[in-house]
Design a protein around this ligand. Structure first.
Ligand code: HEC
Length: 303
């Protein structure tokens, strides 16, 4: 009896474990949106015009999975099921959360960051909000036409080992330091970019100081390409990059300097070029052979 009990307990326990593991996959999870992203607002006013523009974008990009808002005709074969975006669950999310979800995607929900422009992403949200009668929009102050006025400078301080990033806006004759702008700093690598520290906010002089790790490799000359991403409440998002001599000189040939399988034709390995030419030659010979046979055929017919 004791044995039976043990086996029984073990089985129930495994079933419970399995259910929790798979159960999580089948039910929708919360979107863990960072606080600053959650509070982001749209600079596009949600009104009849933008909502109807958003409807067109929605029909092309979203309806295949999410159906028509409030109709519940979602694509039920997907797991988790794409929610009806007019539902109270979705409408409870902030504009910033909806924007974040559109940007990042998750599982079967695609990322639209590189598919739709920022204004189009907001217009889709304008359309989704048009199904919520009690929704009141809070507009952001951001004016995206201002972002090209922003100038970013990066200077390395050898004593403190910091990269000083300064963000100013050039307005007519004055330089206006941007305070409280969000700044992210990255070192560019072959594939992707390496974040340096967490994001910082600029002070009154528009400055954010990043401690730079001393042991990062650079190119042959010790140069590292730094990429800075700035997000200012009014001036919007700006990216800028600079090469600074702050890395450890590393004499590895660049990935694109040698012949390699990922190189363009001029840099492809010889064996790939040979194989390619051989392929073309074989095809050519085959075509000539066909033509010759056809010709022989035709000649026979003449006799
Ligand atoms: C290929 C199918 C597919 C397409 C296309 C698609 N989605 Fe989704 N979407 C999903 C799935 C699946 C989920 C649930 C993902 C999860 O919870 O992990 C989802 C979740 C969401 C959520 C979160 C809703 C909530 O209440 O949690 C929003 C908002 C959303 N999608 C908006 C959109 C918008 C807007 C578009 C078009 C620009 C779009 N989706 C296109 C499949 C899709």
């Amino acid at each position: 009896m004791a044995h039976f009990n043990k086996a029984f307990q073990f089985k129930t326990r495994s079933i419970i474990v399995l259910l929790t593991v798979f159960g999580f996959q089948l039910t929708a999870q919360n979107w863990d949106v960072p606080a600053d992203k959650k509070a982001k607002n749209s600079y596009i006013k949600f009104d009849k015009t933008t909502a109807s523009e958003g409807e067109g974008i929605y029909t092309k990009n979203c309806a295949s999975c999410h159906g028509n808002p409030s109709k519940g005709n979602v694509l039920k074969s997907l797991k988790p099921t794409p929610p009806d975006l007019a539902s109270s669950g979705t409408q409870k999310l902030t504009d910033g959360e909806l924007f974040y979800i559109l940007n990042t995607g998750r599982g079967l929900m695609p990322s639209f960051k590189d598919v739709l422009s920022e204004s189009d992403r907001w217009k889709v949200i304008a359309y989704v909000r048009s199904f919520n009668k009690s929704y009141v929009q809070v507009l952001s102050n951001t004016d995206p036409t201002k972002s090209d006025k922003v100038k970013v400078t990066m200077v390395y301080n050898h004593e403190t080992n910091t990269v000083r990033v300064q963000v100013v806006a050039k307005e007519q004759n004055t330089s206006l330091p941007l305070k409280d702008a969000e700044v992210l700093l990255f070192a560019k690598r072959y594939f992707g970019k390496l974040p340096i520290e967490k994001g910082l906010k600029t002070d009154e002089s528009g400055v954010a100081n990043f401690v730079y790790p001393k042991d990062l490799p650079g190119n042959k000359l010790g140069e590292v390409e730094l990429l800075v991403k700035v997000n200012d409440e009014v001036y919007g998002e700006v990216e800028s990059s600079t090469k600074l001599k702050i890395g450890i000189p590393t004499d590895k040939p660049g990935l694109t300097q040698q012949r390699a399988i990922w190189g363009v034709l001029a840099k492809a390995p010889y064996w790939i070029i040979a194989l390619y030419l051989l392929g073309i030659a074989t095809f050519g010979v085959f075509v000539l052979y066909l033509v010759k046979n056809l010709f022989d055929f035709w000649k026979k017919g003449q006799q």
